[in-house]
Design a protein around this ligand. Sequence first.
Ligand SMILES: NC(=O)c1ccc[n+]([C@@H]2O[C@H](COP(=O)([O-])OP(=O)(O)OC[C@H]3O[C@@H](n4cnc5c(N)ncnc54)[C@H](OP(=O)(O)O)[C@@H]3O)[C@@H](O)[C@H]2O)c1
Length: 341
Amino acid sequence: MKNRQWILTSKPMKLVTTDELELRTGEISEPGPGEVLLQLLFISLDPGQQVYMTSTQQNLPGGIVNVGDVVRAWAVGRVVASRSERFPVGSYARDLNGIAGVQEYATLHESTIVKVDPDQAPLPVHLSSLGMPGLTAYFGMLDIGRPREQETVVVSGASGAVGSVAGQVARIKGCRTVGIAGGATKCRYVVEELGFDACVDYRAPDFINALRQACPEGIDVYFDNVGGSVLDACLGHMSMRGRIAFCGAVADYGGSQPYAIRNYMAVLLKGLRWEGVNFYRYADQAPAAIAEMAGWIGAGQLRHREDIHAGLENFVTTFHKLFEGGNFGKLILQVHKDEDI
Ligand SMILES: NC(=O)c1ccc[n+]([C@@H]2O[C@H](COP(=O)([O-])OP(=O)(O)OC[C@H]3O[C@@H](n4cnc5c(N)ncnc54)[C@H](OP(=O)(O)O)[C@@H]3O)[C@@H](O)[C@H]2O)c1
């Protein structure tokens, strides 16, 4: 068996293209003691992959992609060979730390994977609400945003994988939730399907006024997925002692020059707390969080949407959708169909 893999051939200076990536065919390594061979079914495409590919900081949480490496990615797959008693052939698993990679097969140690129950939720949901993005949203909102009942919580990237969960967690906790998303269709989805109280289109010319109108008493918690000018607008409308959960800056990942924030003095003048969200910090609490979110999904309180595209060869064009607003829900690449196995 051969393994098709996307390999980084040089470090990108802006949004990665096929100039820096190559689809190569490699060997499959047989599992050693305690290892399994996973045939990857669904691969998670995340804006953070751009950061892993661009960065040269070896101590980045989770690690980076060096030249010659397979591109990092979370994935869910089926065990096709096993030297682990915990993961028999035919069982499903996903990796814990985004090391499965953008490839067809991954040989992984049992300590780096977790069982996935397809009866609990369809397999792609284990990469969205019940996977890394859902956990990031859950802990980022509850541990860093710390929303209190009746407070106004604003979430950018509100229709996306992390934002959709972050806003719904705040809604479940009794907050007034306001989303920010690109375009009328996504804004309608955020209100009508996800149950936010309002949603503001950041691409509309009256964005800042619309944001103020949607949050007449200011923003108590801002969950930031995008950075840039949207972050600046929210900084300018925070309440006293507000909290910003800084989860990501997708608006800045593809550019060489970071956006120059103007309203940073609000942090000082309003006594704000502005803290980064780090998914890896909460690994030991993940099982309890997944159980709680699975309960919310079962009860119809937490809605999810996956945007699934087929074909490993389409990785680069599909990945670009994250930076163009071309995805609608959690972006996933399907590599094999389950019945192919
Ligand atoms: N800190 C952590 O541990 C951690 C973990 C996971 C993810 N993250 C971060 O969380 C954020 C969201 O990730 P996700 O997987 O949920 O992605 P996503 O929201 O599903 O997809 C990305 C979305 O970003 C929006 N976007 C793209 N360019 C933009 C721009 N210039 N300005 C404003 N919005 C823009 C687009 O939505 P619109 O159509 O609405 O523009 C796009 O659909 C990312 O920044 C990611 O890096 C952080």
